[in-house]
Design a protein around this ligand. Structure first.
Ligand code: SF4
Length: 415
């Protein structure tokens, strides 16, 4: 084993700008929630945010809030409050920590943003089951709590190829939302506005993809851990000019790094792919652990989840239906494996790390033999880490550290 080095992960200068636009976003939501004429919609992270924005809603994403609970290490203590009202510790810890925090009347927003006292209360909640069933239960609980309408798109799951058997049925569900949403928002739907928002979303998505693709450079100018922070605007501000402007700036910085051969991790020796969700409460520790071994986790499926290459403003409903169904999480193992193999090649991956997140089977892709099959076909070794996105009780830090170090040692021996 090489001696552990002082962790060095190069800071991204654009982070300051991102913090500012995220702050503006939350202050805007807060003021919309306090006003009588502006309406707030809660939306699932890969839900039809573009439709909501086009109707003038201020859009809030509970999953983003749950990730903040995780990253601030508040989540684990909140989970028992949701367990006490019947939500099992075995189900989605985004759901349990978020509902628990609501019951306990705490939110990381009050700590991060002076003057914000609580969540922006919803006028409507809109989900898409393309990712899982938990999202429907989660939003359903809040709909009852706030006594506001709950609307959902019910999507096919485990799809090998996205075909005509899937797209029109989802597009129709999206169209059927317009009339009730018009009533709630008080605004009438304009196709030109949806086209405008979708164009911005598509641009944001293209730029975000370019940002993540810079990691194909050797050394990589960005790590997976940077990606989990900088994906914020792609999640909560897609469909806005601010997100587009931000990713232009970030991309320019990363391209400059490539030009100067500056890696995000000093002395990059190995390049890993992270499959699954981040362990939010351990982002810094994991980043340091890998950097300390001169190993860069260059890419992940997770950060790529906000790339919607099929968005076409000329055919909004069908293209949104297609884009939101083409996502990795919605697909069969056969399709997922094909995708991962492409990523291994594109990002020049030396090893795979699969995160088996105890409470999210939907984002844990190691449970049905995938690591073994991919390893056999590509020769790229893999490691499975047991943990969770938000419930830190599911993680053994010591074991994860030992396993990661042993894995890197194995990569060294493989030469
Ligand atoms: S995909 Fe996983 S983390 Fe996301 S809401 Fe569903 S169960 Fe929770």
């Amino acid at each position: 084993m090489t001696e552990e080095k002082k962790p060095t992960r190069k800071k991204i200068m654009a982070t300051k700008v991102m913090r500012k636009i995220m702050a503006d976003y939350f202050y805007e939501l807060d003021s919309a929630s306090k006003s009588t004429d502006k309406k707030v919609a809660w939306c699932s992270s890969v839900g039809p945010a573009e439709i909501l924005r086009a109707l003038g809603f201020y859009v809030y994403f509970p999953e983003n809030h749950a990730a903040m609970l995780g990253a601030t290490r508040m989540a684990t203590d909140m989970i028992p409050y949701a367990n006490a009202i019947g939500y099992s510790p075995d189900i989605c810890s985004y759901l349990t920590s978020d509902i628990g925090a609501y019951l306990k009347k705490v939110t990381p927003l009050t700590r991060a943003y002076e003057g914000i006292e609580g969540l922006p209360e919803p006028d409507v909640l809109v989900f898409n089951t393309n990712q899982c069933r938990d999202i429907q239960d989660w939003f359903g609980w809040y709909a009852k709590e706030f006594n506001v309408p709950l609307m959902g798109i019910h999507t096919h799951r485990g799809i090998k190829d996205v075909t005509e058997a899937h797209v029109p049925s989802i597009a129709r569900q999206m169209e059927e939302m317009i009339r009730p949403l018009e009533k709630i928002s008080g605004n009438s739907f304009e196709m030109s506005e949806l086209n405008r928002v979708l164009s911005l979303s598509r641009e944001c998505s293209n730029l975000w993809k370019k940002v993540l693709d810079t990691a194909a450079a050797v050394p990589s100018p960005i790590t997976f851990f940077d990606g989990t922070i900088h994906m914020g605007p792609a999640v909560v501000l897609r469909g806005t000019q601010q997100a587009v402007d931000y990713y232009r700036e970030l991309l320019a910085e990363l391209e400059e790094r490539i030009k100067n051969s500056e890696g995000a991790v000093e002395g990059e020796r190995f390049r890993l792919y992270w499959e699954g969700m981040p362990i939010w409460g351990r982002l810094r520790d994991h980043s340091d652990l890998f950097s300390g071994q001169q190993t860069c986790v260059v890419a992940s499926t997770y950060c790529n989840s906000w790339i919607f290459s099929d968005f076409a403003p000329s055919d909004p409903f069908n293209s949104m239906a297609k884009a939101y169904t083409e996502l990795f999480i919605v697909r069969s193992d056969e399709t997922k494996e094909r995708y991962i193999k492409q990523m291994i090649e594109f990002f020049k991956i030396d090893g795979m790390v699969y995160h088996d997140a105890k409470t999210c089977p939907n984002n844990s892709n190691n449970r049905y033999g995938m690591p073994q099959r991919v390893e056999e076909e590509t020769g790229v070794p893999s490691l499975v880490i047991n943990g969770d996105l938000n419930d830190l009780r599911c993680l053994s830090d010591e074991q994860a550290k030992t396993n990661i170090e042993a894995f890197i040692e194995q990569l060294e021996e493989n030469g």
